[in-house]
Write a protein that binds this ligand. Sequence first.
Ligand code: DX5
Ligand code: ZN
Length: 216
Amino acid sequence: MVQIVPSLLSANFANLEQQIHLVETAGAKRLHIDVMDGHFVPNITIGPLVVSAIRKITTLHLETHLMIENPENYIPQFVSAGSDTVIIHVETTKDIPGELKRIRSLGARAGLVINPPTPFTSVEPFLSMINHLLIMTVNPGFGGQKMIQSALEKVRLAKSAAQKYGFPIEIDGGVNLVTLASAVSAGTDLLVAGNAVFGESDPALAFMDLERRANA
Ligand code: DX5
Ligand code: ZN
Protein backbone atom coordinates (compact mmCIF):
# COMPACT_ATOMS: atom_id res chain seq x y z
CA MET A 1 0.00 0.00 0.00
CA VAL A 2 1.24 3.48 -0.92
CA GLN A 3 1.17 5.86 2.05
CA ILE A 4 0.65 9.60 2.13
CA VAL A 5 3.02 11.27 4.60
CA PRO A 6 1.68 14.66 5.74
CA SER A 7 4.35 17.36 5.90
CA LEU A 8 3.97 19.74 8.79
CA LEU A 9 5.49 22.60 6.80
CA SER A 10 2.08 23.70 5.54
CA ALA A 11 0.29 23.19 8.89
CA ASN A 12 -0.97 25.89 11.22
CA PHE A 13 2.06 26.35 13.50
CA ALA A 14 -0.06 28.06 16.12
CA ASN A 15 -1.88 24.77 16.70
CA LEU A 16 0.41 21.89 15.81
CA GLU A 17 -1.18 19.42 18.23
CA GLN A 18 -4.62 19.85 16.68
CA GLN A 19 -3.21 19.64 13.14
CA ILE A 20 -1.26 16.45 13.90
CA HIS A 21 -4.24 14.80 15.55
CA LEU A 22 -6.37 15.57 12.50
CA VAL A 23 -4.15 13.52 10.19
CA GLU A 24 -3.47 10.85 12.81
CA THR A 25 -7.20 10.27 13.25
CA ALA A 26 -7.60 10.23 9.45
CA GLY A 27 -5.22 7.24 9.31
CA ALA A 28 -1.76 8.69 8.73
CA LYS A 29 1.06 6.47 9.95
CA ARG A 30 3.95 8.88 9.54
CA LEU A 31 4.63 12.59 9.85
CA HIS A 32 7.24 14.48 7.82
CA ILE A 33 9.10 17.24 9.67
CA ASP A 34 11.09 19.74 7.62
CA VAL A 35 14.10 21.23 9.38
CA MET A 36 15.61 24.25 7.57
CA ASP A 37 18.55 26.37 8.71
CA GLY A 38 18.54 29.44 6.43
CA HIS A 39 21.89 28.30 4.96
CA PHE A 40 21.43 25.07 3.03
CA VAL A 41 18.01 26.42 2.06
CA PRO A 42 16.81 30.04 2.33
CA ASN A 43 14.03 29.31 4.80
CA ILE A 44 14.18 28.69 8.58
CA THR A 45 11.72 26.32 10.25
CA ILE A 46 11.97 24.18 13.34
CA GLY A 47 14.56 22.62 15.62
CA PRO A 48 14.87 19.72 18.09
CA LEU A 49 12.77 21.47 20.75
CA VAL A 50 9.72 21.36 18.54
CA VAL A 51 10.37 17.75 17.54
CA SER A 52 10.47 16.73 21.20
CA ALA A 53 7.22 18.61 21.87
CA ILE A 54 5.61 16.77 18.95
CA ARG A 55 6.97 13.44 20.21
CA LYS A 56 4.98 13.88 23.41
CA ILE A 57 1.63 14.26 21.68
CA THR A 58 1.75 11.61 18.93
CA THR A 59 2.73 8.02 18.25
CA LEU A 60 3.13 8.68 14.51
CA HIS A 61 6.43 7.62 12.97
CA LEU A 62 8.37 10.90 12.90
CA GLU A 63 10.63 11.35 9.90
CA THR A 64 12.90 14.36 10.25
CA HIS A 65 14.19 15.81 6.98
CA LEU A 66 17.35 17.77 7.73
CA MET A 67 17.84 20.60 5.21
CA ILE A 68 20.79 22.01 7.12
CA GLU A 69 24.50 22.47 6.70
CA ASN A 70 26.75 20.24 8.82
CA PRO A 71 23.94 17.84 9.80
CA GLU A 72 26.54 15.79 11.72
CA ASN A 73 26.44 18.46 14.45
CA TYR A 74 22.73 18.00 15.07
CA ILE A 75 21.96 14.32 14.46
CA PRO A 76 22.17 13.34 18.17
CA GLN A 77 19.78 16.13 19.16
CA PHE A 78 17.20 15.17 16.56
CA VAL A 79 17.37 11.50 17.53
CA SER A 80 17.04 12.21 21.24
CA ALA A 81 14.15 14.56 20.47
CA GLY A 82 12.27 11.48 19.28
CA SER A 83 12.79 11.21 15.52
CA ASP A 84 12.16 7.66 14.31
CA THR A 85 13.91 8.31 11.00
CA VAL A 86 16.53 10.99 10.38
CA ILE A 87 17.09 11.90 6.74
CA ILE A 88 20.32 13.62 5.67
CA HIS A 89 21.07 15.27 2.33
CA VAL A 90 23.73 13.65 0.18
CA GLU A 91 24.72 17.23 -0.79
CA THR A 92 25.50 18.35 2.78
CA THR A 93 27.13 15.41 4.43
CA LYS A 94 30.89 14.86 4.32
CA ASP A 95 31.07 11.34 5.73
CA ILE A 96 27.87 9.72 4.56
CA PRO A 97 28.57 6.12 5.69
CA GLY A 98 29.72 7.45 9.08
CA GLU A 99 26.63 9.60 9.62
CA LEU A 100 24.22 6.88 8.49
CA LYS A 101 25.92 4.57 10.95
CA ARG A 102 25.72 7.19 13.68
CA ILE A 103 21.97 7.68 13.18
CA ARG A 104 21.43 3.94 13.51
CA SER A 105 23.73 3.54 16.49
CA LEU A 106 21.70 6.20 18.29
CA GLY A 107 18.59 4.10 17.69
CA ALA A 108 16.88 5.71 14.68
CA ARG A 109 16.46 4.67 11.07
CA ALA A 110 18.87 6.29 8.63
CA GLY A 111 17.59 8.06 5.53
CA LEU A 112 19.36 9.72 2.62
CA VAL A 113 17.85 12.41 0.39
CA ILE A 114 18.82 13.71 -3.03
CA ASN A 115 17.96 17.04 -4.66
CA PRO A 116 16.56 17.30 -8.21
CA PRO A 117 19.81 18.55 -9.86
CA THR A 118 22.00 15.96 -8.11
CA PRO A 119 22.69 12.88 -10.23
CA PHE A 120 21.49 9.50 -9.00
CA THR A 121 25.09 8.21 -9.08
CA SER A 122 25.81 10.32 -5.97
CA VAL A 123 23.54 8.14 -3.79
CA GLU A 124 24.24 4.83 -5.54
CA PRO A 125 27.28 3.84 -3.41
CA PHE A 126 25.21 4.20 -0.21
CA LEU A 127 22.06 2.28 -1.10
CA SER A 128 23.17 -0.81 0.81
CA MET A 129 23.57 1.32 3.98
CA ILE A 130 20.20 3.08 4.22
CA ASN A 131 16.77 2.42 5.75
CA HIS A 132 14.99 5.08 3.71
CA LEU A 133 15.52 6.91 0.40
CA LEU A 134 13.95 10.32 -0.17
CA ILE A 135 13.91 11.75 -3.67
CA MET A 136 13.19 15.48 -3.85
CA THR A 137 10.72 16.35 -6.59
CA VAL A 138 11.11 20.09 -5.91
CA ASN A 139 14.13 22.16 -4.97
CA PRO A 140 13.97 22.17 -1.17
CA GLY A 141 13.09 25.21 0.90
CA PHE A 142 9.40 25.88 0.39
CA GLY A 143 6.08 24.11 0.27
CA GLY A 144 3.54 24.50 -2.49
CA GLN A 145 5.91 24.19 -5.48
CA LYS A 146 5.26 22.38 -8.75
CA MET A 147 6.52 18.79 -9.04
CA ILE A 148 9.63 18.32 -11.20
CA GLN A 149 8.53 15.23 -13.13
CA SER A 150 12.02 14.36 -14.39
CA ALA A 151 13.10 13.62 -10.79
CA LEU A 152 10.80 10.58 -10.84
CA GLU A 153 13.34 8.82 -13.05
CA LYS A 154 15.41 8.36 -9.86
CA VAL A 155 12.57 6.35 -8.34
CA ARG A 156 12.83 3.91 -11.25
CA LEU A 157 16.61 3.79 -10.93
CA ALA A 158 16.41 3.04 -7.18
CA LYS A 159 13.73 0.36 -7.36
CA SER A 160 15.89 -2.75 -7.68
CA ALA A 161 18.19 -1.67 -4.81
CA ALA A 162 15.12 -0.83 -2.70
CA GLN A 163 13.80 -4.34 -3.21
CA LYS A 164 17.20 -5.91 -2.57
CA TYR A 165 17.94 -3.97 0.62
CA GLY A 166 14.36 -3.49 1.79
CA PHE A 167 14.10 0.30 2.10
CA PRO A 168 11.07 2.37 1.06
CA ILE A 169 11.31 5.05 -1.64
CA GLU A 170 9.67 8.34 -0.78
CA ILE A 171 9.20 11.49 -2.84
CA ASP A 172 8.89 15.02 -1.52
CA GLY A 173 7.44 18.02 -3.29
CA GLY A 174 4.46 18.93 -5.42
CA VAL A 175 2.32 15.89 -4.61
CA ASN A 176 -1.39 16.44 -5.23
CA LEU A 177 -4.40 14.53 -6.57
CA VAL A 178 -3.17 15.01 -10.14
CA THR A 179 0.60 14.47 -9.82
CA LEU A 180 0.47 11.45 -7.53
CA ALA A 181 -0.40 9.06 -10.36
CA SER A 182 2.94 9.46 -12.12
CA ALA A 183 4.82 9.08 -8.82
CA VAL A 184 2.94 5.91 -7.92
CA SER A 185 3.47 4.37 -11.34
CA ALA A 186 7.21 5.09 -11.05
CA GLY A 187 7.24 2.84 -7.97
CA THR A 188 7.11 5.29 -5.05
CA ASP A 189 6.11 3.79 -1.68
CA LEU A 190 5.66 6.98 0.36
CA LEU A 191 4.42 10.35 -0.87
CA VAL A 192 5.08 13.44 1.24
CA ALA A 193 2.26 15.96 0.93
CA GLY A 194 2.30 19.35 2.61
CA ASN A 195 0.17 21.87 0.79
CA ALA A 196 -2.20 19.22 -0.58
CA VAL A 197 -3.07 18.19 3.01
CA PHE A 198 -2.64 21.14 5.38
CA GLY A 199 -3.31 23.75 2.71
CA GLU A 200 -6.84 22.39 2.32
CA SER A 201 -9.76 23.52 4.47
CA ASP A 202 -10.30 19.92 5.68
CA PRO A 203 -6.84 18.31 6.06
CA ALA A 204 -8.26 14.98 7.25
CA LEU A 205 -10.49 14.64 4.20
CA ALA A 206 -7.68 15.81 1.91
CA PHE A 207 -5.36 13.16 3.40
CA MET A 208 -7.93 10.40 2.93
CA ASP A 209 -8.69 11.46 -0.66
CA LEU A 210 -4.99 11.44 -1.54
CA GLU A 211 -4.40 8.03 0.01
CA ARG A 212 -7.46 6.56 -1.67
CA ARG A 213 -6.38 7.94 -5.04
CA ALA A 214 -2.80 6.71 -4.57
CA ASN A 215 -4.08 3.17 -4.03
CA ALA A 216 -6.85 3.14 -6.65
C1 DX5 B 1 10.24 21.25 0.77
C2 DX5 B 1 9.95 20.26 1.86
C3 DX5 B 1 8.69 19.50 1.69
C4 DX5 B 1 7.44 20.31 1.64
C5 DX5 B 1 6.59 19.73 0.56
O1 DX5 B 1 11.51 21.74 0.93
O2 DX5 B 1 11.01 19.33 1.99
O3 DX5 B 1 8.58 18.45 2.65
O4 DX5 B 1 6.68 20.30 2.83
O5 DX5 B 1 5.53 20.57 0.38
P1 DX5 B 1 4.46 20.39 -0.78
O6 DX5 B 1 3.82 19.05 -0.60
O7 DX5 B 1 3.56 21.53 -0.52
O8 DX5 B 1 5.18 20.50 -2.11
ZN1 ZN C 1 10.69 17.54 3.28
